[in-house]
Unconditional design. Structure first.
Length: 283
DNA sequence: AAGGATAACAACCGCAAATGT
DNA sequence: TACATTTGCGGTTGTTATCCT
């Protein structure tokens, strides 16, 4: 079996940053056909992009539900622990943070957390040489066997925007029990988590947190900056479009994507799509 | 103000697994 | 079952923004 010809080899295939126009074409196509069958996307849309590029653009940037911006300390803790347990299985780690993309997590790890861990581990490593073998890492973050926190019953979230977790599911499932056990002693305590012992209850709780976080992201960004990330805005706009809303909504999306001053266009979008943040569409 | 260094993030590349025929 | 094709993943690179001198 030979390796298939790469779509990138084709003549006239565009590379580099995506333009707002291309984003619009891609989003509108996915609105109609849903994600998947990426091979057909450039063929049917006329985008001079390879299928991989289209898929990546969608999954890492355009798809609704993506939370962007600063990682919370809680998210950092999850990433650090999972990385310690799973290694650089970014897709697997991302399945526990469904609002973050694997690319995002990977970038954040490489630019922030790796150094942070290294920095904090250094004193611990020094003390390791002179003290007991239990003093390995910072107790708050980096010891998978630490019993200071709890992520009770935490499970990877199957993200319905992409099929990301499908292919990696077997390996994840094999690790789920270990991760859950790990998190049992890690997750920050919450009243509901303390009372809910079952996986289902905890997963629902986690989902509520995710939903709340998504809602907060939208609200915070709108309120504080007047500018929102495109995925959040797309989510707000695409939802009513998918539900059969008017073409005027989509034209606002176009305006915003094409606009150098997103805050202005967002005023219009927000007026139309208020309340959609916490109700992401499912393709 | 200019230029270099660094950080942050988007995108690409190659491989392997999954899926289709 | 074998092969062809598609998709997903992880590593890496390129570009832009920001900071520092």
């Amino acid at each position: 079996m030979g390796r298939p010809p790469c779509c990138d080899v084709g003549v006239g295939v565009k590379k580099g940053p995506w333009t707002p126009e291309e984003d619009i074409v891609l989003v509108s196509y996915i609105q109609q056909h849903g994600p998947g069958n990426w091979r057909s996307v450039p063929e049917n849309t006329g985008l001079m992009r390879c299928s991989k590029s289209c898929r990546l653009r969608w999954t890492n940037y355009l798809r609704p539900g993506i939370k962007r911006g600063n990682f919370t300390q809680h998210e950092e803790g999850i990433i650090i622990h999972l990385q310690a347990l799973l290694g650089n299985k970014w897709a697997a780690i991302a399945s526990y943070l469904p609002q973050r993309t694997d690319n995002d997590i990977k970038n954040y790890w490489n630019t922030h957390l790796k150094k942070k861990v290294k920095r904090l581990q250094q004193p611990a490593a020094d003390s390791f040489q002179t003290h007991s073998s239990n003093a390995i890492t910072s107790p708050n973050y980096y010891s998978p066997s630490s019993s200071h926190h709890s992520l009770q019953g935490m499970q990877p979230i199957n993200n319905s925007y992409t099929n990301t977790t499908c292919s990696s599911a077997p390996s994840i499932n094999n690790e789920t029990a270990a991760v859950s056990n790990l998190f049992q002693t890690w997750m920050r305590p919450s009243p509901a988590a303390a009372s809910a012992n079952s996986k289902i209850a905890t997963q629902e709780l986690f989902q509520e947190e995710q939903d709340a976080a998504a809602s907060m992201v939208c609200k915070d960004e709108m309120a504080m900056t007047g500018d929102v990330n495109k995925s959040s805005a797309l989510e707000m706009v695409v939802a009513p479009v998918m539900a059969g809303a008017s073409a005027a909504t989509f034209s606002l999306l176009e305006d915003w994507l094409l606009d150098d001053m997103p805050g202005q266009a967002m005023d219009g979008l927000m007026g139309i799509s208020a309340g959609c943040c916490a109700d992401p569409i499912m393709f």
